[in-house]
Design a protein around this ligand. Structure first.
Ligand code: ZN
Length: 342
């Protein structure tokens, strides 16, 4: 694995509570007492945190077979109550907003206060209604070489930090980065926080029978094991925040339900005064979310938080709280994944 130095850029200093560097993530996870921490990929120190865990027997069937049977419930031996939410963050290493959000959720669950020392009782109560599985940092290699945040970052620098820089100094654009799998690391001066240390974009490492990264393998193994009802994939973008509609390579009922959730989050963010993009269109992307659907029948959705749009660090975190309060409230009224209506 070729070693790269962190991207050299001076941005506004972060507040003390914005702990998104690898040793800081490890330190926060070392404080977990009410939940359980499991190392799911030792060589990258990739960890998952569990709350409200429930013992359940291993299923006698995998989802793809059960879904075609007369009784798809045979897969979900964990039962339907409480539902399970699996939250993954930092699949793209430069996108630290999801990472800091998950660490704040852990702090809320452990102490009743987030890393700023602030209470959020409504969210705290909602979180306790679900089985929770959270991976705070799915791409430690990318996180290691990325800045702490991208507030105030010029657009050109945003792309260089995220997608990387060719050896001749030119910027690797967002879509161009997806023309390579892996990104040829011998032809770049900086690989961006997007891929893992071998140049692979973990988000798109989802082809059945041919996974290229241990990170994706660990995430997907955990997905099948935990039987999530909602698989929430936390990302960031330079634009306004958006709970993306679910991909259309999916169950029609998951798409219907996911579109409802996306619209509810748009309304909630707008009403709370946070920058929000109206969800439109239908994504045909194939990615980890698609694999999560195939493994578990989950409702799998990506949240793209803004990295800036004029929000303070507090605003970046609190906009995630609003999104989560909206989604978790909706899930308590109607299941996330209508597995019986596949
Ligand atoms: Zn991303």
């Amino acid at each position: 694995m070729k070693e790269f130095q962190p991207y050299d850029i001076t941005l506004e200093p972060r507040p003390d509570w914005w702990k998104v560097r690898l040793p800081e993530i490890a330190e926060e996870l070392s404080k977990v007492r009410k939940g359980r921490v499991e190392t799911i990929l030792p060589e990258k120190n990739m960890q998952a945190v569990f709350y409200q865990e429930k013992e359940f027997p291993a299923p006698e069937v995998r989802w793809t077979a059960a879904a075609s049977s007369a009784d798809p419930n045979r897969y979900k031996t964990s039962g339907y109550d409480p539902q399970c939410i699996m939250m993954i963050a930092g699949v793209h290493g430069a996108e630290a907003e999801g990472v800091i959000t998950v660490l704040n959720l852990i702090s809320l669950l452990e102490t009743g206060k987030d890393l700023r020392g602030k209470e959020r009782p409504v969210l705290c109560d909602l979180l306790k209604k679900y089985r929770l599985v959270m991976i705070p940092c799915c791409n430690p290699d990318g996180r290691k070489i990325s800045p702490d945040h991208m507030r105030g970052c010029p657009m050109e620098e945003f792309h260089r930090i995220s997608q990387g820089v060719w050896a001749d100094g030119s910027t690797i654009s967002w879509a161009e980065s997806k023309q390579y799998f892996p990104l040829p690391l011998d032809r770049v001066s900086f690989p961006g926080g997007y891929p893992n240390g071998d140049g692979f974009n973990i988000m798109h490492d989802c082809a059945p029978g041919r996974l290229s990264t241990k990170e994706a393998a660990a995430i997907l193994e955990l997905t099948e094991r935990c039987q999530p009802d909602l698989f929430l994939n936390l990302h960031s973008q330079e634009r306004e925040s958006l709970l993306c509609r679910p991909g259309v390579f999916n169950y029609a009922e998951n798409v219907r339900r996911g579109n409802e959730l996306a619209a509810q989050v748009y309304r909630a963010l707008s009403e709370a005064g946070f920058p929000a993009l109206e969800p439109k269109g239908a994504s045909q992307a194939l990615n980890l979310n698609t694999a999560a659907v195939m493994l578990s029948g989950a409702q799998a959705m990506t949240y793209e938080s803004t990295t800036d749009c004029g929000l303070s660090f507090d605003g970046l975190l609190e906009s995630h709280y609003v999104m989560l309060e909206t989604v978790l409230t909706a899930g308590s009224q109607e299941p996330f994944a209508p597995r019986n209506k596949r």
